[in-house]
Design a protein. Structure first.
Length: 85
């Protein structure tokens, strides 16, 4: 078990963020919205990408963006992830 999936990492749902993301991606496959061959490891690409943006927005150079700019950037990032997987 990875440190990200340890019980101490769990939130109010009893599952960690990576477990929730993994379950969501599995659900997309089950719903026919994500091709099964694109599923393996997708959480390990999406998760650090989102966290990278969050870090830059909180402690990095993006912290100076206006909220609307950050919202637009976040939307674009999520769209990029969606197209990428």
């Amino acid at each position: 078990m990875s440190a990200a999936a340890e019980p101490a990492s769990a939130g109010p749902t009893g599952r960690s963020a990576i477990e929730l993301l993994t379950e969501s991606l599995d659900g997309l496959v089950e719903a026919g919205l994500l091709e099964p061959e694109r599923r393996p490891g997708a959480e390990f690409l999406a998760w650090p990408t989102v966290h990278g943006l969050a870090y830059l927005a909180v402690d990095g150079p993006l912290r100076f963006l206006e909220p609307a700019q950050l919202d637009d950037l976040t939307t674009q990032l999520l769209d990029m992830i969606d197209r990428g997987i």
